[in-house]
Design a protein around this ligand. Structure first.
Ligand code: ADP
Length: 450
């Protein structure tokens, strides 16, 4: 086992990793930008190293600075959290070249899954069902139009390098193809430096269902069921739950096994998420994330496992501490993402927290790096906390969520908390009757956000 690990991230996810390390008796090193000198992850880690100015490009994304911080502190392994360098194959290569360990999958796994076209091809070969669409990249508008007719409108044009909801455009008819095709390419180019795009059938009423997988890198892999992350704004998740209200035990076992077998086949190591759209009883693969997800706590809640501990364990060469038959679902868990944003437009709202009080009690988990007097810097993501509740069943989890939201105090900045209070009053949320478009419609009707 490692003696010391470095956490190449900030905010709540850096705390999440530091906490797991501490419980395992491992020393932790935080890295931070000058804007984060007073951040909670710096205070909570055993050691910290300033790695650059506020801009992420010069700090949290600076590979030489992070490697130097490892050398200075003697950290043996790096946990990337999510975002930043977590899915950067080049980073993993550099880490290995320095004789350090990346707590995550291999550079090759990241490379294959990071390119959505290659990921789809790989998954199809491994027997995972995919959304109908182009075989590979689509180079010309003529080809795109021909495929549009063949697949049938509406279709979605996606940048192969896309992520975070960027580089995706829907064409409802042939007339919209030119604009959608050019915009998706331009967004791919400007955001990810790659203008290659592909085309998929656009599903009109699917749910977003993702399967948590975990591998030991030696041909063993398990699944930890699904999360329903259909409540999204601009393709970004805001509310996640497990198990999925629409998924039966048989469906879970079937798709879960398909995913676990696929991961065993490629000797996948660590945590991963295979994302699907689910419509009329069918699963369609859309992409794989080769890292810990923001919403991993709902899975931890229902399975009673610590995914970060497992990641560290397998990265150090030890076996996973569970097998498929050990993994039994207990109750229901829901997570809401609390952002420092002002409704109705979700405009980022950085600033000083004048008062912070976290909810508590049975089945309540608050993952947040906030504290009284903390100033949220304007340079990074607006996620300031995740409230996760666990109950014996879905109604109990929903009631607990309402209760916990009522206890939470975040003064000084605007947050997305009022959104969740309002959502809990909706019949469809209470019954679990929603798909990936539900929230956009609701926001348009109720907040005029569109
Ligand atoms: P990103 O990598 O940007 O997160 P994804 O491929 O994971 O992109 O898709 C994000 C979201 O976009 C999905 O959860 C879904 O809401 C929507 N989406 C993606 N592909 C399709 C599709 N073929 N049909 C309908 N919606 C889609």
């Amino acid at each position: 086992m490692f003696n010391k690990i470095l956490v190449a991230n900030r905010g709540e996810i850096a705390l999440r990793v530091i906490r797991a390390a501490r419980e395992m008796g491992i020393q932790s090193v935080a890295v931070h930008s000058t804007a984060d000198s007073d951040a909670m992850h710096v205070r909570m880690a055993d050691e910290s190293v300033c790695i650059g100015p506020p801009s992420s490009a010069q700090s949290y994304l600076s590979i030489p600075s992070i490697i130097a911080a490892c050398e200075i502190t003697g950290a043996e392994a790096i946990h990337p959290g999510y975002g930043f360098l977590s899915e950067n194959a080049g980073f993993v290569q550099v880490i290995e070249d320095h004789g350090l360990t990346f707590i995550g999958p291999t550079a090759e796994h990241i490379r294959v899954m990071g390119d959505k076209i290659t990921a789809k091809e790989t998954m199809r070969k491994l027997g995972v069902p995919c959304v109908p669409g182009s075989e590979g990249g689509v180079a010309t508008l003529e080809e795109a139009k021909r495929l549009g007719e063949e697949i049938g409108y509406p279709v979605i044009i996606k940048a192969t390098a896309g992520g975070g909801g960027k580089g995706m455009k829907v064409a409802a008819s042939a007339a919209e193809m030119e604009r959608a095709f050019q915009t998706a390419r331009a967004e791919g180019k400007s955001n990810f430096g790659n203008d290659e795009v592909y085309i998929e059938k656009y599903l009109t009423t699917p749910r977003h269902i993702e399967i948590q997988v975990f591998g030991d890198g030696k041909g063993r892999a398990v699944h930890l069921g699904e999360r329903d992350c259909s409540l999204q704004r601009r393709h970004q998740k805001v509310f996640e739950e497990a198990p999925g209200p629409a998924i039966s035990e048989e469906e879970r076992a079937r798709i879960g096994k398909t995913c676990a077998d696929a991961m065993a086949d490629i000797n996948y190591i660590g945590a991963g998420t295979i994302e699907f759209l689910y419509e009329n009883g069918e699963f369609y693969f859309i992409e794989m994330n080769t890292r810990l997800q923001v919403e991993h706590p709902v899975t931890e809640g229902i399975f009673g496992v610590d995914l970060v501990r497992e990641q560290i364990q397998v990265a150090s060469g030890m076996p996973m501490s569970f097998q498929q038959e050990d993994l039994k679902i207990n109750g229901h868990a829901i997570e809401v993402r609390i952002n420092a944003e002002k409704l109705p437009n979700f405009r980022p709202c950085p600033g000083r927290i004048t008062q912070y009080h976290a909810p508590g009690g049975l089945g309540v988990r608050m993952d947040s790096a906030l504290y009284d007097g903390y100033s949220i810097p304007p340079y990074y993501d607006s996620l300031i906390g995740k409230l996760i509740v666990h109950g014996r069943n879905r109604p109990e989890a929903l009631a607990r969520l309402g209760r916990a939201l009522g206890e939470l105090i975040v003064d000084g900045v605007d947050t997305t908390v009022p959104l969740f209070h309002a959502l809990l009053r909706e019949e469809d949320i209470q019954t679990g009757n929603y798909n990936i478009h539900w929230l956009e419609h609701w926001l348009e009707t109720n907040l005029g956000d569109g």
